[in-house]
Design a protein around this ligand. Structure first.
Ligand code: HEM
Length: 253
């Protein structure tokens, strides 16, 4: 007699979505893991210690989720924002006061940006504290450092876009500081602003960096970073002696 689970998993609808039967046997359980893009992000075997929520506090995943929220809310804001010194400020006021859910979108974008900076820094502290930068993970630490710089770069470039007094003077001060860097300072300042002071050229450049260059680089490097975690055998949680006999994915679980 066929059970209900067998009837479901033999149906054409089920087969068109999933490439495995009901996960009630070792073969189908492993197929669930290897044919699902999200489960496949995990290595085949992980140590129990790395599964403890207090090991990583999920900070890397949280940073990835915040990046996703920023991409979605940022795209929605782009429908109303024109990067022109004549229009930018008014567009933001219009977004906040007239567009349905406009204020919510802007606030979500702003808070997610602050949150991402905080979470990425905490994630780096966690990685350092647990010694997860040691071999073979040095490469991923370097990728992480670039991710931190890109996250700060996204915050800095986004700050100018509302084109209010706060943004204008913050970017004036920020780019002046960059101008004092040894050797490259003045050229760097000129390259960022596209002129000698904060104006239309600076707004155009910051906009291009903020909506295309930095998010594109972040997307690429976050993918590389997470793929590298998997290839390095998952999180670097220490395996205790008895834990090594207790690998999740083997018969013990
Ligand atoms: C946009 C910023 C970042 C994102 C989205 C991100 C994402 C992630 C994710 C999802 C993980 C696996 C889960 C976890 O550990 O929580 C991870 C692990 C790791 N991250 Fe990041 N990360 C970022 C920035 C950084 C920074 C700034 C560093 C260090 C400078 C770093 C170094 C590492 C290392 C070495 C691991 C492996 C940790 C281990 O094996 O225990 N990451 N990251």
């Amino acid at each position: 007699m066929t059970t209900w689970s067998q009837r479901i998993t033999r149906s054409r609808v089920w087969r068109s979505f999933f490439r495995h039967g009901w996960p009630d046997n070792p073969l189908d359980r492993s197929l669930v893991m290897t044919t699902n893009i999200f489960f496949h992000l995990h290595p085949v075997k992980v140590s129990r210690a790395s599964l403890k929520a207090t090991y990583s506090f999920g900070l890397g995943i949280l940073a990835t989720i915040l990046f996703g929220i920023l991409a979605i809310t940022g795209t929605l804001i782009m429908f109303y924002y024109v990067p022109s010194t004549e229009r930018a400020y008014e567009d933001i006021i219009f977004l906040q006061t007239k567009v349905p859910y406009g204020q919510l979108m802007r606030n979500m974008h702003r808070w997610a940006a602050h949150g991402m900076v905080l979470v990425v820094v905490l994630h780096m502290v966690r990685v350092f504290y647990t010694g997860a930068y040691k071999p073979p993970r040095e490469f991923n630490w370097i990728v992480g450092v670039i991710l931190l710089l890109l996250t700060l770069g996204a915050s800095f470039t986004g700050y100018l876009l509302p084109w209010d007094q706060l943004s204008y003077w913050a970017i004036t001060v920020g780019t002046n500081i960059a101008g004092y860097a040894p050797f490259i300072g003045p050229d760097l300042r000129m390259m960022l602003l596209g002129g000698v002071e904060v104006g239309q050229n600076a707004l155009t450049r910051f906009y291009a960096l903020h909506i295309m260059v930095i998010p594109g680089a972040l997307l690429l490097l976050i993918s590389l970073h997470i793929w590298r975690v998997r290839k390095d055998g998952g999180l670097a949680a220490q395996r205790k002696a008895e834990d090594s006999l207790n690998i999740v994915g083997e018969e013990t679980l």
